[in-house]
Ligand binder design. Structure first.
Ligand code: SF4
Ligand code: SF4
Length: 377
């Protein structure tokens, strides 16, 4: 196994060792996209391994199906090996590189960012807004802006959001290049097929049985709650985008009526961001320790709490928006939103962009393989 010796980190060496064993065994090839992608290779570069690691959805099925898992001397545990490598890849591709250290002890850093952002908004409002205004009931268009001017909100959140997007674009570009992507690497229809796979979480079902739990009974709960979380986030993003459009294009100022699509989308999204993370946090507690990794767990838990508190405080703001408590509710909600935006490129959020890029590459590779097979028949 010469390539194993050349990899610079233990996570890469272990992933290389396991993929070499799995490539000889191939028992799990029907479980998910990782094994068919692995079978296209004889040796594994660091880029290949990082690609396979991010293609893995961590369902756990291949661990329970494996005849070479401990106590066998091969000690094969693909979910844990690929999970550790995934975490390492987040750091490897982070942009700018000087901030890659934020992925170490990530759970504590994300929690600290959220607390500091909420405290900064509370302190800022208490220091800068007249108490009679802060604790008054505001109704009608522009009510929120009595507390914080719209332009200030746009400048602050726009700057942080744009930085997060730029950082993630550079990060995924580095991942794409390192994992073999380049000119012409995206096949026709690959992005669409990846969107369908990502939208359905096709690879998070353990080959059809579902995700494995500590009692070794697979369920679809993780997939279901991931859908709540993902689509909840998308609906909240759609609500915010629509509100921005209405503000600038039609001069319709928030807060909007209950029936307005901005509020409907935001409410449904907020509910998704509560149900999904609560379900995923509960699913983590039932997960077998044999397929869990501590560093990844802390990062994932901090991210889920950040989403949960963003959704929860958004719904709370909706309920309290015409009361004297609106100012404080707004401070807390904006704090969590800012914390979420600021930590997006340096936390568990990035699993979504790397996994999507891996799915695009998998769709492209599969297309090339299918075309070659058709040609040879
Ligand atoms: S995980 Fe185990 S059973 Fe599955 S392909 Fe790898 S070695 Fe074979
Ligand atoms: S997605 Fe599931 S079956 Fe596939 S490699 Fe990851 S843990 Fe194993």
């Amino acid at each position: 196994m010469p390539a194993t010796e050349t990899h610079p980190t233990p996570a890469l060496r272990e992933a290389d060792r396991l993929m070499t064993i799995c490539n000889a065994c191939r028992y799990c090839e029907g479980l998910c996209a990782v094994f068919p992608a692995m079978e296209l290779r004889r040796e594994f570069s660091a880029g290949d391994l990082n690609y396979l690691a991010n293609l893995c959805h961590g369902c756990g099925a291949c661990y329970y199906d494996c005849q070479y898992a401990a106590p066998h001397e091969f000690d094969v545990n693909v979910p844990v090996a690929l999970s550790k490598l995934r975490a390492e890849s987040y750091q490897r591709y982070a942009w700018p590189g000087a901030l890659s250290g934020l992925f170490e002890r990530n759970g504590a850093k994300v929690a600290l960012a959220a607390v500091l952002a909420v405290l900064a908004f509370l302190a800022g409002f208490l220091a800068l807004v007249d108490r009679q205004v802060l604790f008054a009931s505001h109704v009608g268009p522009g009510a929120f802006y009595a507390i914080m001017p719209h332009n200030a909100m746009v400048a602050l959140f726009g700057a942080v959001f744009v930085f997060a997007i730029v950082a993630m674009v550079f990060s995924v570009r580095a991942f794409w290049r390192d994992t073999g992507g380049g000119e012409g690497a995206i096949g026709d229809g690959s992005i669409w097929r990846a969107m369908i796979d990502a939208g359905r979480l096709r690879n998070l079902d353990g080959g059809g049985a579902g995700c494995m739990n500590a009692d070794e009974r697979p369920t679809d709960n993780r997939k279901l709650y991931h859908h709540f979380t993902f689509y909840g986030f998308i609906l909240c993003l759609a609500s915010t985008s629509l509100a921005t459009l209405l503000h600038y294009a039609l001069d319709w100022q928030a807060p909007y009526a209950w029936w307005n699509p901005v509020v409907v989308l935001g409410t449904l999204g907020g509910i998704g961001l509560v149900i999904g993370p609560v379900g995923l946090l509960a699913a983590r507690r039932r997960r077998d320790r044999a397929i869990a990794t501590d560093g990844q767990s802390a990062m994932g838990i901090a991210f889920l709490w950040m989403l949960l508190l963003t959704g929860l405080t958004g719904l709370l703001l909706l309920v309290l928006r015409a009361t004297p408590a609106m100012g404080l509710a707004l401070a807390v909600h904006l704090g969590f939103v800012l914390g979420l935006f600021a930590t997006m490129p340096y936390g568990k959020f990035v699993h979504g962009i790397y996994r999507f890029a891996a799915l695009v590459r998998y769709a492209s590779e599969s297309q090339v393989k299918d075309d070659a097979e058709i040609k040879n028949t």
